[in-house]
Write a protein that binds this ligand. Structure first.
Ligand code: ZN
Length: 369
């Protein structure tokens, strides 16, 4: 029997060009390279050929086998490349099955809260700035009128490191315990008038429990000009609280002490869950239903713990020593400052009773916001 290798090669190339998937490719491979395939058939026929012809036919069939192997490998790679990214076995691919939808994430509730707060202040002319989380001892304490022997340092002391700069050896840095040092940085680099809000992470030597975390978020606000009064501070924070918590809330300012402001105050808003009376009537809202017994009797408000007021931030007029530390001329400027805890605001707004849940990454919690 004689073989026309050129014709065989042409037939094979034509057939190979019609192979579209791995299943057809396997059929093609078996047809030519299988135990009962054409190549084996040609090898088997060698013994029946005249001696003279055997070397030539043997060489041709080896070339043919090598060509078919190359065709099969190339074809397999081409099919796989074309189908890359499809998880199902290619031979079982069913293009009518609906696609796998990827879960789309969204911003963390704390980021949403920071954005909402900053956006209100941006609408009032403030600029959002950020400061470093590793601060100098000077910016974190001394410049904010908290001298070395001041007792309030105790509750603020975090991890200290010696400055890596050999020129500044012995000048300690620490993980900032509040966003207030950003006030110093902003004032050192900008001349008044200035109005900034500074969101960011802060660190405290606190044990973790339902209302404390060694890390949380604050937003600091600073407004400096030549003619700022305490009434401006009240007006500004009233506008913010009404925009954030709703027009109906009432405000009160309680005298307080902060080293870096004088006078200083803490700001309370009337509880927006119970309306300030400390009791929640049976009603439709989700939060108030948490406070209502099964019998429908009014219950004490758990958000304000029946006080009717919620403490939301600290504020005051910038202490003159802070201006001096920032390098401003004495007596020229006045300013107001305020600071609030983002977790606390989010807990109040959404009725969350444990700060730890923000950081546990439980998607069942996070996807509710
Ligand atoms: Zn209440």
């Amino acid at each position: 029997m004689s073989w026309n290798f050129q014709e065989i090669q042409e037939t094979i190339e034509k057939e190979a060009s019609q192979v579209a998937n791995l299943k057809d490719l396997e059929t093609f491979r078996i047809k030519y390279l299988g135990r009962k395939g054409l190549v084996q058939e040609i090898f088997a026929s060698l013994s029946s050929l005249p001696h003279m012809e055997r070397p030539l036919v043997g060489k041709s069939v080896n070339t043919l086998r090598s060509n078919i192997t190359t065709i099969v490998e190339d074809k397999k790679k081409a099919i796989r490349d074309r189908c890359a990214g499809i998880a199902a076995p290619l031979e079982e691919l069913d293009v009518t099955i609906p696609g796998v939808t990827m879960g789309v994430g969204h911003q963390h509730v704390l980021t949403q809260t920071i954005d909402a707060i900053c956006s209100i202040f941006e609408g009032l002319g403030f600029v959002v700035q950020e400061g470093p989380e590793i601060e100098t001892e000077f910016n974190n304490f001394t410049a904010l009128n908290i001298p070395v022997d001041h007792p309030s340092r105790d509750s603020f002391d975090t991890f200290y490191i010696d400055s890596p700069d050999p020129q500044r050896k012995g000048r300690y840095q620490l993980m900032r315990s509040h966003t207030s040092p950003a006030q110093i940085r902003v004032m050192q680099n900008n001349a008044p008038p200035l109005a900034v809000v500074v969101p960011g992470r802060v660190y405290r030597p606190d044990s973790v429990d339902a209302s404390h975390s060694f890390m949380f978020h604050q937003i600091e606000g600073l407004l400096v000009d030549v003619d700022i009064r305490f009434s401006d501070l009240k007006g500004l924070l009233t506008v913010f609280c009404q925009r954030f918590f709703g027009k109906k809330i009432k405000m009160r300012f309680r005298p307080h002490f902060f080293p870096f402001t004088e006078p200083s105050a803490e700001v309370d808003i009337s509880c927006y869950i119970c309306g300030g009376n400390g009791w929640v009537a049976p009603s439709s809202s989700v939060l108030s239903s948490m406070n209502t017994s099964l019998t429908g009797e009014p219950q004490g408000c758990s958000v304000c713990r029946r006080k009717g007021w919620l403490e939301i931030m600290g504020c005051g007029m910038v202490h003159p020593r802070v201006f001096t530390a920032a390098g401003y001329p004495k007596g020229k400027y006045v300013g107001l400052a305020f600071g609030l805890g983002v977790e606390r605001i989010a807990m109040l707004k959404y009725g969350i009773n444990d700060i730890r849940i923000f950081f546990e990454n439980d998607v069942r919690f996070l996807e509710q916001f």
